[in-house]
Design a protein around this ligand. Structure first.
Ligand code: UDP
Ligand code: MG
Length: 324
């Protein structure tokens, strides 16, 4: 077998002081095992990305790096940039240093034991290995319903996402280099990676409950994430407006004819309520459609400005601490 390759784990952290102790201990044990089994090189690292946390997260990460630089690295973002940007910041910062990278949440919901299988699949020639949830036993009914509905809706809208796959995945250096060419500001990684292509496969795991702390994705954030996913990957909502406009035009012709018949038939007194209803209905529909168009205009606005998606304040790696 060829020499084991370098694996970097990217773990985004936003106010995760409660879980970092356990997560780092479990990841370290996993790395030790993988290195002993010659599956990964001893130069592999676990990189915690601090996404502008307000608690002790960055201090804990710095301490981990200080005590065991052979395992832990840290990236400190200048401010909170959101989960997707934090993941990208990690990937783009380490892409020159690794052969493959795995992204994983800090809260131990993704099964660490899946990493072995992911790495093996990488050696079999897969450039992307998607971690897919086989069951959602620990999710509440509401979370399961909304999440699975979201994947189905995305498919219906024409976006190519892997069903029940979140952001637990392995990517090769080659894929990371391709990802670097995607300049979009509205990030939706689970839609972007399948676009890159190359040989890929799924590994299945059971999702656990969050080890400690609270979800950093309240319903509002989840909704805006879903809307971002749909509007970033599909123009079907715009086509839907065109279709709706077409149907409304046909209906209005019918209404017009009916109004004429009513007028000349002598029963035109009819209809205060129907007039009111149609005004409200059409007004509501118009606003709704304007809102959808507005979503896209807002996107174009953000893309045109092309602001940096994240700003790295510090990168702690080995003993050379680089300030950027
Ligand atoms: N996270 C982040 N920045 C944010 C929000 C979340 O880096 O602005 C991280 C968070 O620390 C965690 C991951 O993203 O590692 C997923 O968040 P969470 O577990 O709260 O989401 P859920 O699993 O409930 O969907
Ligand atoms: Mg979570």
């Amino acid at each position: 077998m060829t020499a084991p390759e370098i694996l970097y784990m990217i773990v985004p952290c936003y106010n995760e002081q409660e879980v970092l102790g356990e997560t780092s201990a479990q990841l370290k044990a996993k790395y030790t095992c993988l290195i002993e089994n010659k599956l990964i090189s001893p130069e592999s690292r676990i990189v915690f990305v601090n996404d502008g946390s307000k608690d002790e997260t960055w201090n804990i990460i710095s301490k981990l790096h200080e005590d065991e630089p052979q395992f832990f690295s840290g990236i400190n973002l200048a401010h909170n940039s959101g989960h997707q940007n934090a993941v990208l910041a990690g990937l783009m910062t380490v892409r020159e240093l690794c052969d493959m990278a795995i992204t994983m949440d800090a809260d131990l919901q993704d099964d660490i034991n899946t990493i072995d299988e992911m790495v093996k699949k990488y050696y079999e020639g897969n450039q992307v290995v998607y971690g897919v949830r086989s069951a959602r036993k620990t999710d509440t009914f509401f979370k399961k319903f909304t999440a699975e509905g979201f994947y189905k809706f995305m498919k219906l809208m024409g976006a190519d996402v892997v069903y029940n796959h979140a952001d637990f995945r392995l990517m090769s250096k080659r894929v990371l280099n391709e990802l670097a060419d995607f300049q979009e500001v509205n990030l939706f990684l689970r839609g972007m990676i399948p676009l890159i292509g190359f040989q890929s496969c799924n590994v299945y795991y059971e999702r656990h409950e969050r080890f400690a702390g609270e979800s950093k994705y309240p319903l509002k954030k989840m909704m805006s994430f879903a809307i971002n996913g749909i509007t970033s990957f599909s123009t079907k909502p715009l086509k839907f407006i065109t279709g709706l406009g077409f149907i409304m035009s046909i209906l209005s012709v019918c209404a017009f004819i009916w109004a004429f018949i009513a007028k000349f038939g002598g029963f035109s007194e009819l209809g205060w309520s129907s007039t009111m209803c149609s005004i409200w209905l059409i007004g509501g529909l118009q606003l709704f459609c304007l809102g959808i168009i507005g979503e896209y205009v807002g996107k174009i606005y953000a893309e045109v400005k092309h602001r940096p998606r994240f700003i790295v304040a510090d990168f702690l790696n080995n003993d050379k601490n680089q300030n950027q």
